[in-house]
Ligand binder design. Sequence first.
Ligand code: CO
Length: 141
Amino acid sequence: MLGRLNHVGIAVPSIEDAKATYRDLYGVPADAITETRELPAQGVKFAFVNVANSQIELIEPLGEDSPIRNFLEKNPKGGQHHVCFEVPDIYVARDEMVVRGAKVLNEPRIGAHGTPIIFVHPKDSNGVLIELMETPKAAHG
Ligand code: CO
């Protein structure tokens, strides 16, 4: 059921500084880096760095009770936060994960790509927080 790797999520104290790292240190063209947007319901700001075969999702806390504040307290310079795979249907995936005994952390909700997502607890996945995201209906560019 696991589809394409969609992105790797990196929590950072400053998205603008992290964008500069990808642009200036790694030579990613400025037009391959998206504008920073806000997802207030999830307590994050985000931007995507487009690379040849995938994306890096930069996330920065938004608001005092952002769920990534804890992570950044433990990793003040930022760090790899989650890995996101696509699935064809988020509700089917959620139900299947529950049947298989995984701890699903949230009801499906709209994520940064505008399609529903869930998170699966790191304890079920070798210490890695896994995001499952319904594949966007439009074809991949
Ligand atoms: Co993500």
